[in-house]
Design a protein around this ligand. Structure first.
Ligand SMILES: Nc1ncnc2c1ncn2[C@@H]1O[C@H](COP(=O)(O)OP(=O)(O)OP(=O)(O)O)[C@@H](O)[C@H]1O
Length: 237
């Protein structure tokens, strides 16, 4: 569902991504675990087409991001680290704005907005301004927004930063349910080992390269364990 081949990105003399090759399947929740500065945000910027990598290729659902960007990006939903909702608009207006950008007919847009908000218990708040919502609920609105065009690949960049434990758990549960129900392919960037431990698969990114790839147990072993956390700290600090 999502493939990269030899992705390399440099900022001046600094190499942020070093020939990164990976392949992610449908129905899989993959954690991209990396310490600060590993290259996670750079990878997400490339995967969402914000800029083209210096070298290498990205394919989304069989479409090349370089040669068929519109077709590729249609399958991508994203929640970035930084919130990007309009604080002075209601949840509904924020989501309708995004639906319009995707060219969704109004009736279908309203159906998806209501269904998405119902899944995340946001429905009673649809007409509240985003400014009045807690951090956890703002993130949920961003998730509903990312779902509006029913993408097959979801990219979540440190989506739980700043959330309390219950909000983190709720957001993760909603994403996992989506993986189960729609077979979504999720790439979840985090530096929280605890979140990676709950993933189907873990990719460990360090200094722009993949250090390990496998189930949490396999990665713990590959990193020299005994736990994922111990191996991760040992190999990335
Ligand atoms: N625009 C930029 N110009 C120069 N260097 C950059 C730029 N963006 C990122 N970098 C550098 O590239 C490397 C990777 O950064 P990136 O933000 O992708 O890492 P990250 O894994 O997302 O880190 P964090 O967890 O702190 O967000 C870092 O060394 C960073 O300083």
């Amino acid at each position: 569902m999502l493939r990269t081949q030899g992705l390399t990105q440099r900022y001046g003399k600094h190499t942020a991504l070093q020939s990164l090759t990976m392949q992610l399947s449908a129905g899989q929740f993959t954690a991209l675990l990396g310490p600060n500065g590993a290259g996670k945000s750079t990878l997400f910027q490339v995967l969402t087409g914000l800029f083209a990598a210096d070298e290498g290729e990205v394919e989304v659902a069989g479409h090349s991001l370089r040669h068929a960007a519109t077709a590729a990006l249609r399958h991508i939903g994203v929640v970035f680290q930084q919130m990007s909702l309009d604080l002075d608009l209601s949840i509904r207006r924020n989501l309708l704005f995004q639906a319009d950008l995707h060219g969704l007919p109004r009736r279908l847009a309203l159906q998806r907005i209501e269904a998405g908000c119902a899944r995340l218990n946001l429905e009673p708040k649809l007409d509240r301004k985003v400014r009045e919502l807690s951090g956890g609920n703002r993130r949920k609105v961003e998730l509903v927004r990312a779902w509006l065009h029913e993408p097959r690949v979801m990219l979540m960049d440190e989506a739980t930063v700043g959330l309390d434990p219950k909000s983190r758990r709720d957001l993760l549960a909603a994403i996992r349910a989506d993986v189960r129900e729609r077979g979504t392919c999720v790439l979840w960037a985090t530096h929280w080992v605890e979140e990676a431990e709950a993933a189907d698969r873990v990719l460990v990114l360090h200094k722009g390269s993949l250090l390990a790839d496998g189930t949490p147990a396999e990665v713990a072993q590959a990193l020299g364990g005994p736990t994922l956390e111990a191996g991760f700290i040992q190999r990335t600090t």
